[in-house]
Unconditional design. Sequence first.
Length: 93
Amino acid sequence: MTKPIRVRILDYEYLIKTDEEEAEVQKIAQFVNNKFMEIKENTEGLSERKTAILAAFDIASEYFQLLKEREHLIENIQERAEALNYHIDSLMK
């Protein structure tokens, strides 16, 4: 059931409607807020809009890197499973 959860990002409150647990939503909001703060600290004079765009880009970059790592792990597992299956098949003959 969708429920509203209040989060705070860059001193603004937002009401998020979600089926997720509140602790998880708060954890995500804290992650986003930390990204915003990190960018604000490292770049002076950016508008909040530009800060938000850079934060979104940074988060997306991390996400795509994790997807790439996940794909490599899946490929590695598949290769190892195929090698094990080959060894099992060769022992059965």
